[in-house]
Design a protein around this ligand. Structure first.
Ligand SMILES: Cc1cc2nc3c(=O)[nH]c(=O)nc-3n(C[C@H](O)[C@H](O)[C@H](O)COP(=O)(O)OP(=O)(O)OC[C@H]3O[C@@H](n4cnc5c(N)ncnc54)[C@H](O)[C@@H]3O)c2cc1C
Length: 329
């Protein structure tokens, strides 16, 4: 297929170009996901708006914020995030999520903005000949088909899982995102950025036509905070999560003062394991049963016929994450 490539030099210009053609123009960053969608016929934009020609400060790179946190520009590559000293020391879950994601080639080209906005990997959605609900069709083929990799909770007519490892880690770390629009910029908690099929079958986030994700900010880590990212996958490299967990615990004087536990691979959006968090918060480290913490991970399981294996996997991975953090890992 043919398309035109536009190369704006500012975020404002990029937003204006996207707003002018809401159904035909899409942003392109590293192209590692979008170009395969175009090649496979699952996306057919007539216009690509390149982000790498934009020179606005903060769109690329990682810098400190006045409150002791970090600001990561949307065009920062996955490889640069994985290698950043401040992220490796203070936000281990994000460092581990980025270091283990995809392949070296994808990490060198792929950007944070592209990773958070990549489209689902459901093979019915990605198949050129099956026009499923997510592509404006009239049915979900997975319901009668193969659901091995799909969600075990939160599905509603469509049963995708959110594919991004960084989304899971950033949600657990309490990040927020800056959204550039033709009218300026707004900031929302990343937990409110993603939407499931119950809210919108066609999109996975709250971006409106003409809007772009500009940056992600991480708050300063709480006192005594440690975090970890664990991922179960079929192949050792280049594979998406069957189930993943990002956990951040703050431990002060032997007591868990805060707990944030988020799962990937189980729901259409990063899934907050509220039961596990409630169990851990305020509990002394010596009083924690990691298997109890793991068993509480998914409160409302609704597996498809062939993916119930994800439930014990989620419990075990959560238990292991908690145990790793309480052991000082
Ligand atoms: C072999 C392979 C294995 C992979 N394994 C994993 C994995 O294990 N875990 C994982 O998380 N990911 C994985 N991925 C996905 C990969 O990480 C993404 O393809 C990559 O991060 C996308 O970044 P990009 O800059 O290339 O995005 P692009 O391909 O340029 O864009 C992707 C999507 O995001 C939109 N977009 C890009 N930037 C912005 C922005 N700033 N604001 C709004 N929308 C934007 C585009 O319009 C497009 O729809 C894998 C990909 C491949 C090819």
């Amino acid at each position: 297929m043919t398309f035109q490539l536009l190369q704006p030099t500012s975020l404002a210009e990029a937003c204006a170009l996207l707003a002018a053609a809401p159904h035909d123009a899409v942003p392109i960053a590293g192209g590692t996901d979008l170009l395969s969608e175009i090649r496979d016929g699952t996306a057919e934009p007539s216009t690509l708006v390149a982000l790498d020609s934009i020179s606005d400060a903060g769109l690329t790179g990682i810098s400190g914020t006045p409150d002791g946190g970090l600001l990561i520009g949307a065009l920062t590559t996955i490889a640069d995030i994985a290698a950043h000293d401040g992220i490796r020391s203070h936000y281990a879950a994000l460092a581990q999520a980025t270091a283990g994601l995809a392949t070296p080639q994808v990490r060198n080209l792929g950007t944070l903005g592209g990773n958070l906005n990549q489209r689902p990997r459901c093979w019915y959605y990605r198949h050129p000949l099956t026009v499923c609900l997510k592509r404006g069709g009239d049915r979900c083929y997975a319901v009668q088909g193969l659901g091995k990799y799909l969600c075990v909770t939160g599905g509603d007519r469509c049963f995708i899982v959110h594919p991004s490892d960084t989304a899971v880690a950033l949600t657990a770390l309490g990040a927020s995102v800056s959204i550039a629009s033709p009218d300026g910029e707004r900031t929302v908690a990343i937990a409110d950025y993603f939407v499931g099929p119950d809210v919108d079958l066609l999109r996975e986030n709250i971006l409106q036509p003409g809007e772009l994700l500009a940056a992600v900010s991480l708050p300063a880590p709480a006192a005594g905070q440690r975090s970890v990212y664990l991922k179960a996958q079929e192949r050792e490299s280049g594979d998406f999560a069957l189930v993943s967990v990002a956990a951040a615990l703050a431990v002060v004087d032997g007591v868990i003062t805060d707990a944030s536990v988020v799962l990937g691979g189980v729901a259409p959006t990063p899934y907050r394991a509220s039961g596990t968090e409630d169990y851990l918060r305020g509990r002394s480290v010596s009083g924690v049963s990691t298997s109890d913490a793991g068993d509480l991970a998914i409160a409302d399981p609704r597996p498809l016929p062939d993916n119930a294996y994800k439930l014990p996997m989620a419990s075990n991975l959560t238990a292991r994450a908690v145990s790793t953090l309480l052991a000082g890992g």
